[in-house]
Design a protein around this ligand. Structure first.
Ligand SMILES: [Zn+2]
Length: 147
């Protein structure tokens, strides 16, 4: 696997997302730094070459869950993703490497491809609930889905 999605290419996609949404003011374009498969932080951000979403998933988790299946499927859009069509997303990798804080789970992406971290405080009430549940279970490795 030596395919990469260039940063500029992803930025073009982002522009399309914003302009496609004509008429309706799009409030934000948000991606999660957590892998949708494991809900842990993505280490190597990949997606299918034909995927039309910005969200990436973790390479290792992807190969692992698909291990016993006859064909590889994208966990986000469910399209078939043959191993040779897995691409590393450099834009996403850049976000990950610039985001050291584990408290940041989401980033909002602006039309020009700039992004900002979404701090957990915005979900303060939900987070309190989560913290209570996390305290109840003593492993801090547990991941709780907030919807
Ligand atoms: Zn996909």
């Amino acid at each position: 696997m030596d395919r990469y999605r260039a940063i500029l290419e992803t930025k073009e996609e982002i522009k399309c997302y914003w302009t496609k949404n004509d008429g309706v003011q799009m409030a934000s374009l948000r991606v999660s730094l957590l892998c949708p498969i494991t809900l842990k932080r993505i280490k190597r951000a990949v997606k299918g070459q034909a995927c039309r979403h910005l969200q990436c998933f973790d390479l290792q988790s992807f190969l692992k869950i698909n291990d016993k299946r006859p064909s590889l499927k994208c966990p986000i859009c469910a399209r078939d993703v043959p191993v040779k069509e897995v691409v590393f997303d450099r834009f996403f990798a850049q976000i990950l490497s610039s985001t050291k804080s584990l408290n940041v789970r989401d980033v909002e992406i602006a039309e020009d491809g700039s992004y900002r971290h979404v701090e957990e405080e915005r979900n303060a009430n939900k987070m309190n609930e989560v913290m209570e549940r996390m305290n109840a279970s003593d492993s801090d490795d547990d991941v709780i889905v907030i919807d």
